[in-house]
Design a protein around this ligand. Structure first.
Ligand code: NIG
Ligand code: FE
Length: 418
């Protein structure tokens, strides 16, 4: 039988796991299975089989063959937290920050999320799509195969729906696996009372998002100056009635109670966690909620990094995502996030790679299909540049380890994508 793709002489086939797993926690995160001198066969968009080169059946043929001598094959990264649909970058605010303004100062003076919303509201859906699609291509080039995209820069019903439609169009027109999240509760729009806006989110936005099947998840920016714990609970519970699963922006700027309300409402993940202590760690230990660290945002805003060592040593799982957005993390580069996780959070390369593949997949309900190399899973992999070891990936921070990208079993040209 002729298969679609055969990759031979793979120096290391990374994250090979025969057993189905949902997520990896605690000590087990330090184990990353790598099969040396391996082959991988892809057929019909799926991983067909893999093994040691010495066991490669002599009669295997494929339409495309790659000799991966000196190279590793990784499962594509799963980036479970992005805001990559946005209108314009905000490097003007970046310069204000360099001169001493804080993230909160900028937000309070009408900058930040409100600045992004004002400019996004002026764009048509087509224009917003055209402005966002290069970022989808950019993350494919750095090894991402599945991504979560949030709304939250619309802040009116029309513009929130517009953002989510653009995210759904990215799902259709690119080879990325896309999951979408309604984040109407990202900030209170100018000229609106908070109670009034929350009522609009609950009574109008959520039902409309659900009616058009525009999102799988609901998120709230639970933070001082944004939405309180009680408001978060109210909004998330309203979303749950329409089948939306909560994932929460929690504990970014303060110990806001975001972790507690996330766990209480059954959130699949609580994200950021720059500010957490023993109490939050204990609560997470007794839950199925995945803690997600966004080291790009901590780096860019000069915030403390998530205390990964403490959390993993306490037995927790941990995931890593990019938070790609124009205000606090203008990068969707997952290899760079893995470097930050190692360098700034003292995670081992093995832990960081587990965190950016199977643990992020868990938060998007993709553990069965993405995040590890296993026969029957979606063939989302990349062939690396020649690497001395898989640890070279976090070590060589800022360089792109990705050479060839295969998504849904098809080679993606990174020069002129699809
Ligand atoms: O995840 N924290 C809230 N939301 C984004 C930042 C949004 C912005 O500044 O545009 C984040 O960091
Ligand atoms: Fe975010």
């Amino acid at each position: 039988m002729v298969h679609d793709i055969l990759i031979t002489n793979i120096k290391g086939l990374v994250q090979v796991r025969e057993n189905p797993i949902q997520k990896i926690s605690g000590k087990e995160m330090s184990y990353l299975p790598v099969l040396q001198d391996a082959f991988l066969v892809i057929a019909d968009g799926l991983i067909h089989s893999y093994g040691s080169m010495k066991d490669l059946p002599a009669d295997v043929t494929a339409k495309q063959t790659f000799d991966a001598t000196g190279r590793f094959v990784f499962p594509s990264f799963v980036d479970s937290h992005t805001h990559l649909v946005f209108a314009y970058p905000r490097e003007d605010e970046f310069v204000m920050k360099l001169k001493g303004a804080s993230y909160e100062d900028i937000a309070a003076s009408g900058g930040g999320i409100l600045n992004s919303a004002k400019r996004l509201q002026l764009l048509s859906e087509q224009e917003l799509f055209e402005r966002s699609i290069p970022r989808a291509k950019e993350i494919i080039n750095t090894g991402t195969g599945a991504v979560e995209i949030k709304s939250g820069y619309g802040l009116t019903i029309k513009d929130e729906l517009k953002m989510l439609r653009v995210a759904k169009r990215i799902a259709k027109e690119t080879p990325l696996t896309v999951k979408t999240t309604f984040l109407g509760a990202h900030a209170v729009p100018l000229g609106k009372k908070k109670e009034e806006y929350i009522a609009e989110i609950i009574n109008e936005m959520i039902p409309s998002v659900a009616a058009e099947h525009l999102a799988e998840y609901i998120d709230v920016f639970c933070e001082t100056g944004f939405f309180t714990v009680d408001e978060t609970e109210q909004i998330v519970e309203a979303g749950k009635k329409f089948g939306l699963i909560p994932r929460i922006h929690a504990n970014q700027l303060s110990r806001s109670g975001g972790v507690q309300v996330g766990v209480k409402t059954g959130a699949i993940s609580v994200d950021h966690l720059e500010n957490i202590g023993d109490e939050e760690i204990e609560i997470l230990r007794r839950s199925e909620t995945m803690p997600v660290s966004l080291p790009g945002a901590a780096f860019f805003l000069n915030l403390p990094f998530t205390p990964a060592r403490k959390m993993i040593d306490a037995g927790l799982p941990l995931a890593i995502a990019s938070d790609f957005n124009p205000g606090s993390a203008p990068s969707g580069n997952m290899p760079l996030m893995i470097s930050f996780a190692c360098i700034k959070m003292k995670m081992t390369p093995e832990e960081a790679i587990n965190a950016a593949t199977i643990n992020t997949a868990y938060t998007l309900g993709l553990s069965q299909t993405h995040g590890t190399i296993k026969a029957g899973k979606v063939a989302n992999v990349f062939i690396s540049q020649p690497l001395s070891s898989s640890c070279f990936l976090p070590y060589s921070f800022g360089s792109n380890p990705v050479d060839q990208v295969i998504l849904n079993g098809k080679l993606i040209s990174t020069k002129t994508p699809w």
